[in-house]
Design a protein around this ligand. Structure first.
Ligand code: ADP
Ligand code: MG
Length: 349
């Protein structure tokens, strides 16, 4: 006689969140990405990031954004709770970085999380909620905090030892965090960003205030001195498409593909189609073994791009992918042939 199968049951919320956390929160850097995106969506001007022991012991992100009103604090930690979409039409035109309502409950299910916030309407004080080890919420209590939000995440994966085992050294985990912060910093020069590790300042970037020279200064800080000077500014438009940013002159190409930043509607993506189009544009001027360096932003109406492809949202799908590919290729090809005409940088090192 075969054993009776177990009865079908609906999983407890806490367990569902932990399962989702497997997709959204693979390592400390993924937590930082989600928290920073929330701060950006909240319209902040400053973000302060404090990391201890590669983020495994503690990660804290503090912003001066719109804050969360007291009566919504608990909701913010509930699964599928979001202020960013409410109907299908919104999902097809997402303008925010988040929209799945998954990050906070997922992170809270695999760490000890405290959320402190003060919204405009909470005149008298800020409020704080935390999540106990059993996943239960400790109800809001008054706290001290200026307008904005802090999320404090301690002991990541303390209750999911299998996950914890996959973590690498403190240095490796912190390197990943720094990468995430750099990607955001490149895309959002108007935001001031501080990053500290074990109390030591790692990055301190002032807000550009819309000043072009400070934007270039930030590029140099993040990508190495001279990036601004050694690159060509790009700004090309077509119907429903605009591509702008910087490409490094071919003479300054790199031996590693370590400076390739491509953003679609402000979201950093890794996309085969995009990489191929860029590579092809460089193919006449760049040796096979060298890699282009670029920071490029593609803007397109959100109805023409689907960002809801993967929980971590690294991938996008373009409705007119051929058209996007050709536009990127043509724009860069033209810029590169203008930029290198008659100058010394046709060499292909
Ligand atoms: P999502 O970003 O997909 O909406 P999250 O779980 O990341 O889902 O956040 C849930 C909700 O909590 C957000 O929709 C937002 O309303 C609120 N929230 C989270 N972080 C912040 C923040 N830093 N500032 C203001 N509101 C926030
Ligand atoms: Mg979010």
């Amino acid at each position: 006689m075969p054993d009776m199968p177990n009865p079908i049951r609906i999983l407890a919320d806490h367990l569902v969140n932990q399962i989702a956390a497997g997709e959204v929160v693979e390592r400390p850097a993924a937590v930082i990405k989600e928290l920073i995106e929330n701060s950006l969506d909240a319209g902040c001007g400053q973000i302060e990031i404090d990391i201890e022991q590669g983020g495994v012991k503690r990660l804290r992100v503090r912003d001066d954004g719109c804050g969360i009103p007291r009566e919504q604090l608990e909701l913010a930690l509930s699964r599928h709770a979001t202020s960013k979409v409410s109907e299908l039409a919104d999902l097809e035109a997402v303008a925010t970085l988040g929209f799945r309502g998954e990050a906070l409950p997922s992170i809270a299910s695999v760490s000890r999380l405290t959320l402190t916030s003060r919204a405009e309407e909470d005149a008298e004080s800020a409020w704080e909620v935390s999540v106990g080890a059993d996943g239960r919420l400790v109800s809001p209590r008054p706290a001290a905090h200026p307008r904005g939000t802090s999320v404090d995440v301690r002991d990541l994966f303390f209750n999911t030892p299998a996950r914890r085992k996959f973590l690498r050294t403190e240095k490796t985990e912190f390197d990943h965090i720094e990468q995430v912060v750099r990607r955001v910093a490149l895309a959002r020069p108007e935001i001031g960003i501080q990053l500290r590790h074990n109390g030591k300042g790692i990055l301190s970037l002032g807000a550009s205030g819309g000043d072009e020279s400070r934007v270039l200064e930030r590029l140099d800080r993040l990508l190495g001195k001279g990036f601004g000077e050694q690159s060509l500014a790009v700004d090309e438009s077509a119907v429903d498409l605009r591509l702008y940013g910087w490409v490094m002159r071919p003479a300054f190409s790199r031996s590693q593909p370590d400076q390739q930043f491509f953003y679609v509607n402000g979201r950093m993506v890794r996309d085969k189609l995009v990489t191929h189009a860029v590579r092809q544009a460089f193919s006449d001027v760049l040796h096979q073994a060298r890699h282009p360096a670029y920071v490029l932003f593609l803007q397109t109406p959100s109805r023409l791009v689907d960002v809801n492809v993967h929980p971590a949202k690294h991938e996008v799908r373009f409705r007119e992918s051929r058209q996007v590919h050709d536009f990127i290729y043509r724009s860069l090809h033209r810029r590169l042939s203008q930029g290198t005409l008659g100058s010394e940088d046709v060499s292909v090192g």
